[in-house]
Design a protein around this ligand. Structure first.
Ligand SMILES: Nc1ncnc2c1ncn2[C@@H]1O[C@H](COP(=O)(O)OP(=O)(O)OP(=O)(O)O)[C@@H](O)[C@H]1O
Ligand SMILES: [Mg+2]
Length: 282
């Protein structure tokens, strides 16, 4: 029988809401008390970290990870690259010792709520599961499938390698143990105009060939590797037939244009770029 994660999630929510400054009286000139408070804060911090880890590694996830380690394709999990709200990303090695990235989605009732908007209305998904973990599994599969479509269209995204439940294994972008930085962290990228052009062509090919709209495209979801952009985090991408596809497309275009404008790049008229994308022989 499926375990209901609702209650657990609420427990974590309450726990994470603890205000670290509560009950700390800075006017009390009492070192002893301050020490105790400091210890308490450290303790809460530790528990918070544990809660984060535990909320990703629920029993079933540990079971599946174990299976992937025993039967392949995983050889070893090295360490965490990023701890986000919806998912954690880890550096791992396959059984031949090649780096891979693992994205593990958290089974979280709050996350599954907003995910519905990007699933309902997408003709690829016939019905929405009622169970929270099944929605998250569907979401992880959606990212895998979106990556596949983009990769097949020749776009610069990590190659999707394997999907199991809430665990997505994909090509690792980075040099050895150092993952590629996000575009937002690059102070002065080389050849900004070409970089901008490459991202514009990414949006267009994703729409016209892969028939998808990214939906969360910005300098936060583009890695900068070998002086080239690689687009990640494509789970929310919707089919161009989705009723909100055009709204998401406009948002993606705005984000990218704003970022390059701030870098001093002269950008074309976003409206004509938008029409240039959506008017094509289907
Ligand atoms: N294939 C990859 N290779 C190397 N690093 C990656 C890869 N995929 C993701 N990352 C790193 O993990 C981070 C989080 O990944 P992603 O954006 O897909 O997840 P997210 O759930 O949106 O997390 P966040 O809320 O932090 O954006 C990225 O910003 C990037 O630094
Ligand atoms: Mg992201």
């Amino acid at each position: 029988m499926e375990k209901n994660n609702d209650d657990n999630d609420d427990e974590y929510e309450d726990f994470l809401d603890i205000d670290l400054n509560d009950n700390i009286d800075y006017n009390v000139d009492n070192l002893e008390k301050k020490n105790i408070d400091n210890k308490r804060i450290r303790k809460i911090d530790q528990s918070k970290k544990r809660a984060t880890i535990e909320s990703v590694f629920d029993e079933r996830t540990i079971f599946q990870l174990n299976k992937l380690l025993v039967n392949g394709p995983l050889g070893k999990i090295e360490g965490i690259i990023s701890a986000g709200k919806e998912a954690n990303v880890y550096l791992a090695y396959d059984q031949k010792g090649k780096e891979v990235a693992i994205k593990i989605y958290k089974i979280d009732s709050n996350t599954s709520k907003w995910m519905r908007n990007y699933i309902i209305g997408d003709p690829r998904f016939k019905k929405l599961p009622r169970n929270i973990s099944k929605i998250i599994y569907l979401w992880a599969k959606k990212e895998y499938k979106n990556l596949k479509r983009a990769y097949k269209a020749g776009l610069r995204v990590p190659e999707p390698l394997h999907i199991k439940s809430n665990i997505l294994i994909m090509e690792y972008i980075g040099f050895e143990a150092i993952p590629a930085p996000k575009l937002k962290d690059i102070k002065n990228p080389k050849d900004k105009i070409n970089l901008f052009k490459e991202i514009l062509s990414f949006i267009k090919i994703l729409y016209q060939k892969a028939k998808l709209v990214h939906g969360d495209l910005s300098e936060f979801n583009i890695l900068y590797h070998n002086q080239k952009p690689i687009v990640i985090d494509i789970s929310q991408a919707v089919s161009i037939q989705h009723p909100k596809a055009e709204i998401y497309l406009v948002r993606d275009i705005k984000n990218i244009f704003n970022f390059f404008k701030k870098l001093g790049v002269v950008t074309p008229d976003p409206k004509s770029y938008y029409y240039d994308i959506i008017n094509f022989d289907r």
